[in-house]
Design a protein. Sequence first.
Length: 276
Amino acid sequence: MIHLEAKDFFLDSSCAITTELRNPQEPFPEHSHSFSEIIVVSGGHGCHVLNDVPMNLSKNYVCFVNRDDRHLFENVKGLYLTNILYDKDKLDLGSDFQRFVPNGDDNGWFIDNVTLQRVQEIINNLDKESHDNSVESKIMAKILFQQLIVELSRGRIRDCYSLSKDDRVLLALNIIRSNHDKHWDIEAISHQVELNPRYLSKMIRRMTGMSYSVYFHYARTCKALSLLQNTDKTITEVAFDVGYQDSNYFSTKFKQMIGFSPRQVRGGKKLLYSNI
């Protein structure tokens, strides 16, 4: 596996932040790195596998990757994103800012379109300052980074209140990803986010490259994969946890999405993420 070192990306050893613009992001094999990063997606879609758990990246998604996490990119299609690389130890974030850098499983979410516009302005300035080795630019880069993480948290999509139509599509994706144990048919989720079912279905396909049904089972499968790899729960228990009442049906849908059965994954089968 590839291990990326800070010295190959940061201007010098005193720098805490830098940026890498991927326009577009190409497929990239599994790798880890000696720094942390924030991924901000501005367009397209693709498969991002973080610590063996796949997720669909699409516009407005934000993901925090910690130092020594393993991840890769596969099946990308017009995937435009920015990587903000940072060294936590050199940033010296105070307690007020530490809470805006997530730890654990809650490491990704969608932001609304207005926030994405503000974030892109910050990223443009950060890209300029982080590639200038002056003392002034290093200070400005830290200030911009603090502004960035606050904006990413404040712009997180949580409910339907005052959202645009496009943002409500993102809310629908977020609801599906966050409520694996509930059955959301297209009518139910459309009612929840106050959108026409046909419009919602069309927009989900445009944003993710998947039909509504495929995305729904994909989200469940990704959660199930994490449970199979990181817990001792039985396959039946995992099936129930992600909303399937029939373990045989769960195994069928899981194999359709992953290419292997839950039993094969539990047995240590190496996944081929190019199939996901």
